[in-house]
Ligand binder design. Structure first.
Ligand SMILES: NC(=O)c1ccc[n+]([C@@H]2O[C@H](COP(=O)([O-])OP(=O)(O)OC[C@H]3O[C@@H](n4cnc5c(N)ncnc54)[C@H](OP(=O)(O)O)[C@@H]3O)[C@@H](O)[C@H]2O)c1
Length: 327
């Protein structure tokens, strides 16, 4: 496993890290046993950074991570998120009182005295024009409730505004073979400002593993069933907002580029790591085999410029018109 500096924090984190949404909820049934086995595999594979949120399984994901941390002696940095407990997203909801309550809940769930990294969880766009919210976060750092803070964003515009706030240490954004726009302006600017970048949904919710088919089905409590058209939250979080059939067609094109002995998941993750503004990709994983597979991406040789160009062409021809202008 290779490690990269997380912005200005001083931490060096695994370039393949772990996204802990699926082990919390909204991805069908995952037993505690499988979830913990996946987490332990991550640490065995060299992962030292985990992304979670207070709402993933209503604290379940955080509590599982606390159990992992208790069982392991390695240093593990945990990034959590707050804001999605609001019944309706408003800037006013990001008040000192609400933030204090959410932070305290996460501290309890994680059995921690300080949160390593707190991310605002896709707050409303207007919040990025409201410095008073970032001043509140600075206060939480001062009193030691959180070590650092960052944001998880939906759009490039939000990401660009976020990094104008000097206290923002990290931005989490969707960046993968099906979401290439961050590479144009945002990632170079984030690199210039030494902001850590967490590339989320790196496998386009499983599409970029190459295992999904037209007739694949998903359980009722899996967002790939219930949020296919953005019914519950931003549609961009499910299959990266790419129409399912169009995504499958593009996956077939990408399949032809994957070298022998490499899985498509590894290829998709290696593509992300080619961008040196990215700190880490945070693939989700429900079982140890998936996690081990994903972590092997870090040891792969760089993709050739011909391969990078070919992925760009597939994006331009089959995906760009579906997503590029939206996020
Ligand atoms: N708003 C936000 O801030 C936000 C939103 C979304 C995600 N995130 C973060 O980003 C992380 C990653 O995104 P994601 O979990 O949505 O999507 P993802 O990483 O693109 O896809 C993860 C899913 O793909 C399947 N998978 C993973 N590795 C595999 C492998 N090697 N082989 C076959 N299948 C594999 C698993 O599901 P199946 O086995 O069921 O197919 C897994 O749950 C999340 O866990 C979360 O931490 C944050």
């Amino acid at each position: 496993m290779n490690y990269r500096p997380l912005g200005r924090t001083g931490w060096k984190v695994s370039e393949i890290s772990f996204g802990a949404w699926a082990i919390g909820g909204a991805w069908g049934d995952v037993s505690d046993e499988d979830a913990l086995a996946a987490l332990h595999q991550a640490i065995d594979s060299g992962v030292n950074f985990i992304d979670t949120a207070d709402v993933y399984g209503d604290g379940r994901s955080e509590r599982l991570i606390a159990r992992l941390k208790k069982a392991r002696k390695e240093e593990i940095v945990v990034a959590t998120k707050a804001g999605r407990r609001l019944p309706r997203q408003t800037v006013e909801g990001y008040s000192r009182q609400n933030l204090t309550g959410w932070i305290d809940d996460s501290l309890r769930n994680l059995s921690a005295d300080t949160l390593d990294l707190l991310q605002l969880h896709c707050p409303p766009t207007e919040l990025y024009s409201r410095p008073e919210v970032f001043a509140l976060l600075d206060d939480f750092v001062k009193v030691g409730k959180i070590r650092y803070y960052g944001v998880s964003v939906e759009t490039i515009d939000e990401a660009l505004k976020a990094i104008d706030f000097p206290g923002v240490q990290t931005v989490q954004i969707i960046f993968n073979c099906f979401r290439q726009r961050p590479a144009e302006i945002f990632l170079p600017r984030a690199k210039q400002k030494q902001v850590g970048i967490l590339a989320r949904v790196p496998l386009a919710s499983g599409l970029l593993t190459g295992k999904l088919r037209r007739d694949s089905t998903f359980p009722a409590d899996d967002h790939r069933n219930f949020n296919r058209h953005g019914e519950a939250f931003d549609v961009g979080e499910t299959f990266s907002g790419v129409d399912y059939d169009a995504g499958l067609a593009a996956v077939e094109e990408i399949r032809g580029l994957v070298p022998a002995g490499v899985t498509m998941s590894q290829f998709a993750l290696r593509w992300i790591l080619m961008n040196d503004a990215v700190t880490c990709a945070i693939p989700g994983g429900k079982r140890p085999e998936q996690v081990a597979d994903n972590c092997r991406a870090s040891g792969l040789p760089p993709l050739t410029s011909e391969t990078m160009l070919a992925v760009q062409r597939i994006y331009d021809q089959l995906i760009r018109s579906l997503v590029h202008h939206r996020w």
